[in-house]
Design a protein around this ligand. Structure first.
Ligand code: NAP
Length: 485
């Protein structure tokens, strides 16, 4: 689809109470294409007062929305699924323009993001309670589910559609209204998606969107308002911790999907073809900018040379460029800060003695490009092992024993996902027990699925998105006792 045409169709205003409106500041924020630094469009820069108008709209719509039938809410979500699927080229082009991921991956995200609409369209009518006698036999216990209420949904830049639908769909299905704040670097896909919700008939006030150059100045008044009931955040652990502290004042329900530092463990008995294919997927999807990206490759010394060789040879052939161009495997990083950070992490590792097998540098010229890179025998203490790389860099460590592999894998404050490659069933079962992560890919490099509970342990977050668990994040449990008469 033609990029210029896509941009003429994307809304750029704030969406409050069912209408596209300008910010009260009169200010705008530029949105750039990370592949060539060109201005795409300008969006509205909301004020704290605009943020509170969005909360007013969500609060006003809450009771009526909660009273709608689950079937009605499910059917709206299903219509949204159908329409976004029909317009997948539009959404994929827009996503590549603002975020940079290769177009084929953007199409993949449209399919993945849309699945949350379909999944939660099916979950809405299945919200269930319980009924039964108390143990004493003197009364009946009723357990009912109620929507939590107005919810504030904050999303990151790396998956502009899926991170929004993973929150908006369960909130809608549960009967909650919301205010959405997309990332300032990639707001357009969310704005276009919310316009699609308007088009399918989602009532005014049910979903509102604000964009701002100062995330805290629009978020704080919403979080501090006693009418808000829920904060759902996806983003960095640093910002998540701060928001949890703020949410504590109002004892808000919180869901936190935070950073990761995924270990990718390859045992000596692994099927190396599968391990290499999984590694490439787990590392290079989204140009390495995924919370689920494999960050530390922990490879048995008997197979490490072969693993490193095959990975380096493959990535040396990767085409780097604008995600809309034919055959591109690796798009740009989100901005120049990201390029600088990835460069520093590689430099720190090589200074400490890691071997550079491939790539290693930023690419000069327009756009935020970094070469696909492989560093081997990364020494303990290197920054690249402690931080989220968020770039196309494979960092390999070697181990001798299973205990050593487990210790290395768990030596992080994060616990989002781990990947394990082994052909030994018993070893695989032991790894499920021993690795500290909310999710695991056993002989696969891709775990995300709308039907599975996505989320982390340790400092990777609290709560789960997707699956049966996902709707519960937006439901309260209400218990009623009815004495026998
Ligand atoms: P970020 O800097 O934490 O920002 C995330 C969102 O929070 C953005 O909308 C941002 O707005 C907003 N924000 C920043 N400071 C805020 C504040 N003081 N008050 C309220 N909102 C604030 O993260 P990011 O760089 O966009 O995303 C990358 C991070 O997200 C990585 O750590 C990645 O692992 C994590 N992530 C986790 C998951 C998961 O499911 N666990 C999924 C995807 C990404 P602005 O854009 O305006 O700054």
């Amino acid at each position: 689809m033609d990029a210029k045409e896509v941009l003429t169709k994307v809304p750029t205003q704030l969406f409050v109470n069912g209408k596209w409106v300008n910010s009260s500041t009169g200010k705008k924020i530029p949105v750039y294409n990370p592949a060539n630094d060109e201005l795409l469009v300008e969006i509205q820069d909301a004020s704290p007062a605009d943020a509170l108008s969005a909360l007013d709209a969500a609060v006003a719509a809450q009771d009526e929305w909660a009273a709608t039938s689950p079937r009605y809410r499910g059917e709206l979500l299903r219509k949204a699924f159908d329409l976004i699927t029909e317009r997948k080229e539009f959404f994929a082009t827009l996503m590549t323009l603002e975020m940079g991921k290769p177009y084929a991956e953007a199409l993949g995200e449209v399919a993945y993001g849309a699945e949350f609409l379909r999944w939660f369209s099916e979950e809405a009518p299945r919200i269930a309670g319980r009924f039964g006698s108390n143990p004493e036999g003197t009364g009946q216990i009723i357990v009912a589910k109620r929507p939590v209420g107005p919810s504030f949904l904050i999303t990151p830049w790396n998956f502009p559609l899926a991170m929004a639908t993973r929150k908006i769909a369960p909130a809608m299905a549960a009967g909650c209204t919301s205010i959405v704040k997309p990332a300032t670097l990639t707001p357009l896909t969310t704005l276009a998606f919310v316009d699609l919700l308007r088009e399918v008939g989602v009532p005014a006030g049910v979903v509102n969107v604000i964009t701002s150059s100062s995330a805290s100045s629009v978020s704080n008044p919403i979080i501090e308002d006693s009418r808000l009931r829920k904060l759902s955040f996806t983003g960095s652990t640093e910002v998540g911790k701060m928001l949890m502290q703020k949410a504590a004042n109002g004892v808000l329900r919180v869901s936190m999907e935070l950073g990761g530092n995924a270990p990718f463990v390859v045992f000596e008995d692994a099927d190396l073809d599968k391990a290499v294919a999984g590694a490439l997927q787990a590392k290079f999807r989204n140009i390495g900018q995924a919370c689920t990206a494999a960050n530390r490759f922990i490879v048995h010394e008997d197979v490490a040379d072969e693993f490193a060789r095959r990975i380096s040879e493959t990535v040396a052939g990767y085409k780097v460029g604008d995600g809309l161009a034919e055959g591109v495997n690796i798009g740009p990083l989100i901005d120049q800060d990201a390029v600088a950070k990835v460069g520093e992490l590689v430099e720190d590792a090589t200074k400490r003695g890691a071997k550079l097998l491939s790539g290693g540098s930023k690419i000069d010229g327009a756009g935020n490009f970094f070469q696909p890179t492989v560093v081997d025998t990364v020494p303990a203490g290197s920054e690249i092992l402690a931080q989220e790389i968020f770039g196309p860099v494979v960092a390999i460590q070697r181990f001798k024993t299973e205990d050593e592999a487990v210790a290395l894998a768990n030596s992080t404050e994060y616990g989002l996902v781990s990947y394990v490659f082994t052909e030994d069933l018993n070893r695989g079962m032991r790894m499920i027990q021993r690795l500290e992560s909310g999710m695991m890919g056993l002989n696969t490099g891709l775990v995300s699925n709308a039907a599975a509970p996505f989320g982390g342990v340790k400092q990777s977050g609290v709560g789960r998105e997707g699956s049966f668990e996902g709707i519960n994040e937006y439901l309260e449990t209400k218990y009623v006792l009815v004495p026998n008469s």
